[in-house]
Ligand binder design. Sequence first.
Ligand code: CA
Length: 233
Amino acid sequence: MPSQDQPRILVIEDELPIRKFLRILLESQGFVVTETDTAAKGIGHAVAEPPDAVVLDLGLPDRDGLTVIQQLREWSQLPIIVLSARGRESDKVAALDAGADDYLTKPFGAGEFMARLRVALRHSSRVATGIESAPFQVGDLMVDLSRREVTLGGESVRLTPTEYRLLVVLVRNAGKVVTHRQLLKDVWGPDSVSENQYLRVYMGQLRRKLEHDPARPQHLKTEPGVGYRLIDE
Ligand code: CA
């Protein structure tokens, strides 16, 4: 019997080699794994015994993975990491906008997968416990949302109100990819979700203030065709 404190991961994926890879990897890290090969069975498992996170393939035999996300999000905020084929940026964006936490492009490595999963689990426990007030700190960048304070290498950084709002959205989602649409909606409002040039301009400004080499950002990473990610580890 698995003990109560071992986190449980539900894997919904029709490719057997990927399921095997994930099972071996996750079990070696102390997770309990349930695997299933269709959307319908996956939703059934998630309802019967809600896991701590779901790993979801977008290309399933019976239903689009996107509908699985939409169904899960009707009643649950549990972390969802999607797996998708290379070159399907629009699928990833649709999945993230539907409420998935993050994505991995096949083929992916063990380290990359575990990093995404750790971030998603950490984020969900922070949200669940309401502990979002601790300052965000990685490398020499520190963002303290409760004090509205940003420092780089101990030096205070002055941001415009819009730059700060953009950074706040990224900090609240630290480690996770945030889509262009989500950033535009949260910073500029629902009428601006297609104004991608706002983002390019303000992300450039943020990088000039927060990166030692803005051309090779260490904190504010671009996810091509999808959005941006604030690196948190
Ligand atoms: Ca598939």
